[in-house]
Design a protein around this ligand. Structure first.
Ligand code: NAG
Ligand code: NAG
Ligand code: NAG
Ligand code: NAG
Ligand code: NAG
Ligand code: NAG
Ligand code: NAG
Ligand code: NAG
Length: 419
């Protein structure tokens, strides 16, 4: 299977794991089933212990596990977490900023690493990130690292379904170095009760992962609904309702709704991925409703000197219904790069075989689509079909540069600018 062979290339040790389709909940009576009750103190130790000795761990309805210390559940197998109640992450900011797991990619931290083989997290319950204290602290400390609620970490055959996630301090879900994972029927909601914004509360970020499905979910947050970071391949995103992030622009904190993003490590002195080739390939996003958002369907890549390289290929945005979106359809291949620098150093991220098909709705400005490629033929096979977008104030404009557009909506764009 190519997915496994691709994975083998960059996660060599995973290749030795047996990839089985064994059923997750065994009827074998030797498999323990455990039910947790709240201890009144930190419930992390008993939760961790239960996931090593029980194949099914139930948190009953009405029970709230209070998590005060980090959860490393990497490398579990055949584990079913039946969350009917709530898991709440105690907002002890000094503890977590010193002890949460560090994620080098984009300098993130997380409360919870969950991974291994054949993992299910379901049950109708809630993950509560207790984000308010974090939103308020971040307002006066813009370098404060805030934890991601759930990181699926090196998981193979994992399912997260029928779960509500509220008030993450940062991204809700990171899918890190995973293969074959599905999120189904997830309700995400971030709300601040103070004047301080729910910054960076992405729904999902996918990184170095293959075969990921996100479906049938409702997201109300303050940043990307789903973001495809480097080495996201074979991804299906379907039937989502994304709401939020309208008009908010905080420094370089990116406020996108749905994006493909490469070469995020612009500053080579950070060094992490200098010289690394980034891939986003085979992504289909279908039946998506987006409202009150800064961006609808977007692909962006850095240009300029000293940035990374990569390949964005075979991305389809199909059936998007957008309401009050600032930038409903976007390619920006000179992202955060001045026009002159982009002309001198065109992006090394090649963009090809892209489809914006069946995108309808309203923009919040007059320009409803901007497909701006670097000069020098860095984009090819860019298709626009059945675009039915209306700009604000009775004016609707489409813009493009350095690209030959195909498809039945290409004429809306007129002649593309050349830079
Ligand atoms: C998490 O647990 C795994 C498996 O036991 C271990 O290999 C890894 O080092 C731990 N990670 C951290 C950051 O403690
Ligand atoms: C802001 O947060 C950073 C990172 O968590 C921390 O090191 C720093 O001490 C905080 N600054 C203040 C003024 O609290
Ligand atoms: C979706 O998950 C919620 C819990 O968050 C549950 O109440 C509901 O029944 C689930 N829907 C379906 C179709 O399973
Ligand atoms: C959608 O987002 C807007 C703008 O952020 C917000 O005012 C509204 O309450 C959100 N709607 C829902 C259903 O959460
Ligand atoms: C690049 O990173 C270095 C080290 O973290 C930092 O000192 C420098 O200000 C950064 N430069 C830019 C342009 O962001
Ligand atoms: C992405 O995958 C390619 C091909 O396997 C690899 O060369 C590159 O290092 C990977 N990049 C990242 C950021 O993992
Ligand atoms: C993308 O899909 C094509 C067709 O199924 C497949 O040949 C190719 O290997 C896939 N790319 C990746 C990176 O998995
Ligand atoms: C494009 O990606 C989709 C999955 O998103 C896949 O089904 C299809 O085979 C790919 N097409 C090509 C030509 O790689």
């Amino acid at each position: 299977m190519h997915a496994i062979s691709l994975l083998r290339k960059f996660v060599p040790f995973l290749a030795v794991l047996a990839v089985s389709k064994a059923s997750i909940i065994s009827s074998d009576s030797s498999d323990a089933s455990c039910t947790l009750t709240a201890s009144g103190g930190d419930d992390a130790p008993q939760f961790l212990a239960a996931t090593t000795s029980c194949s099914t761990v139930t948190i009953p309805a009405g029970t709230t596990l209070n998590i005060e210390t980090r959860l490393n559940m990497t490398g579990r197998s055949n584990l079913n977490i039946n969350l009917q109640g709530t898991i709440r992450f105690n907002p002890d900011i000094p503890y977590w900023t010193g002890n949460a797991f560090f994620i080098p990619f984009q300098t993130q931290i997380t409360f919870w690493l969950l991974g291994g083989e054949n993992i299910v997290l379901s049950g109708g319950g809630t993950l509560d990130g207790a984000g308010q204290a974090w939103y308020d602290a971040f307002a006066s400390n813009s370098t404060l690292l805030r934890p991601i609620i759930l990181t699926l970490n090196q998981a193979t055959h994992a399912t997260v379904e029928n779960i509500r996630m509220i008030n993450s301090p940062e991204w809700f879900n990171l899918v890190n170095e995973c293969n074959d994972v599905t999120f189904n029927n997830i309700t995400i909601n971030a709300v601040s009760t103070s004047k301080n914004f729910i910054s960076n509360t992405d729904g999902w970020d996918i990184y170095r992962s293959d075969s990921v499905t996100i479906e049938n979910s409702v997201i109300n947050n303050g940043d990307d609904c789903v973001s495809f970071k480097p080495n996201s391949t074979n991804i299906l995103v379907s039937n989502l309702q994304c709401n939020g992030s309208h008009g908010i622009s905080v420094g370089y904190a990116l406020t996108l709704s749905f994006s493909v993003m490469l070469s995020t490590v612009r500053n080579r002195s950070l060094g992490q991925f200098a010289g690394v080739f980034d891939i986003v390939q085979n992504v289909t996003a279908i039946n998506i409703k987006i409202s009150n958002a800064e961006n609808g369907a977007r692909i962006k890549a850095f240009a300029g000197s000293g940035v990374g390289s990569g390949h964005v290929q075979n991305i389809t945005f199909l059936n998007f219904a957008e309401t009050k979106v600032d930038n409903p359809v976007v390619i920006d291949q000179c992202y955060e790069t001045a026009a002159a620098a982009c002309a001198e150093f065109p992006s090394n991220v090649i963009i090809q075989d892209i489809f914006f098909n069946g995108i309808s709705g309203t923009g919040s400005g007059s320009q409803v689509a901007s497909l701006a490629c670097s000069p020098d033929g860095r984009c090819s096979d860019i298709n626009v079909n059945n675009l039915k977008l209306t700009g604000a104030g009775g004016k609707t404009t489409y813009a493009c540069q350095n690209v030959a557009l195909a498809g039945n909506s290409a004429s809306l764009f007129g002649t593309c600018a050349t830079t």
